[in-house]
Design a protein around this ligand. Structure first.
Ligand SMILES: Cc1cc2nc3c(=O)[nH]c(=O)nc-3n(C[C@H](O)[C@H](O)[C@H](O)COP(=O)(O)OP(=O)(O)OC[C@H]3O[C@@H](n4cnc5c(N)ncnc54)[C@H](O)[C@@H]3O)c2cc1C
Length: 247
């Protein structure tokens, strides 16, 4: 039987994790493609070198073109609608310092702001929850499916969960990728929506000022660390539905 080939578009956190899982389980040859030169090649090299150590024989190709993707069965889109690639860009030092007025910031803080030679800016975007993550044989994973604000530190965590669930769904229905993606979408949508909403709420909570901030701090103090953490059990103790074993 001819070996299957899966192309993953975007060699970011989701793409590389999906490639790792697919290769480790020997589901198919994997082509990892990205617009950033060297990125997919580097990730492919790392994964291929990991194979002999962890006991699998990967066939991962990293590329910036689509030629190597010929003959693929499934394409996974992991990028979202950015005006440029990625979410991290070099920032202008002058522009940044211009926004941090001496009236609002202590001189000690200003000497810290002036210390680094280079700055990066990270854009914070969220997307409206999507009604579905999949259509036909194509699906969205990670930020492309559910970009969220970082105030719950869950963007990459959700992307990794997506990749693991997607791999399991495809493994259970190897002859019906459309049904596998539908199943993936159904499993992931409500959870990621809940996490997106909580991240946005946390953003507002963290940025309160004045009396509202004092109330927040008192409430958190009264709640105590342990109970505060228990509020997140649903997040950190999540397991995929029975029948989908993630190992
Ligand atoms: C400030 C900040 C703090 C964060 N902190 C956390 C945290 O603590 N914990 C956490 O879990 N998450 C955190 N996140 C979120 C996390 O970084 C993202 O959710 C995660 O990187 C998403 O992974 P991804 O693979 O979906 O997208 P990305 O990592 O952005 O990868 C997408 C890839 O697709 C490529 N690409 C774009 N367009 C194309 C194209 N047309 N063709 C091919 N390739 C393309 C891009 O170059 C990129 O390499 C944070 C995010 C920010 C901004």
């Amino acid at each position: 039987m001819m070996r299957r080939k899966i192309t993953i578009v975007g060699a970011g956190a989701t793409g590389a994790t999906a490639a790792h899982i697919l290769a480790a389980r020997d589901y198919a040859d994997v082509v990892l493609t990205d617009i950033k030169e060297g990125l997919p090649q580097g990730k492919a090299l790392d994964l291929n070198q990991m194979g002999p150590v962890l006991g699998f024989e990967p066939q991962i190709t990293g590329t910036n073109s689509y030629e190597e993707t010929a003959g693929s069965d499934v394409v996974v889109i992991t990028a979202d609608a950015w005006s440029g690639p990625g979410w991290s860009e070099p920032a202008s030092r002058v522009d940044l310092l211009g926004r941090l007025s001496a009236r609002h910031w202590a001189p000690q803080a200003h000497s810290v702001f002036r210390a680094p030679d280079a700055w990066l800016k990270w854009a914070l975007y969220e997307t409206e929850p999507l009604a579905r993550f999949a259509r036909g044989a194509a699906a969205l994973l990670g930020d492309a499916a559910h970009a969220m604000l970082p105030f719950l530190a869950q963007g990459a965590a959700m992307a990794i969960e997506d990749a693991a669930v997607a791999a399991q769904c495809l493994a259970r229905m190897p002859d019906d990728p459309v049904a596998a993606w539908e199943s993936y979408s159904a499993i992931r949508r409500s959870r990621t929506r809940k996490v997106q909403r909580l991240a946005a709420r946390n953003g507002k909570r963290y940025h309160r000022t004045g009396a509202s901030a004092m109330l927040r701090n008192t409430g958190m103090r009264l709640l105590g660390g342990e109970r505060l953490l228990q509020n997140y059990d649903w997040l950190y103790d999540w397991r995929p539905p029975a029948g989908l074993s993630i190992t």
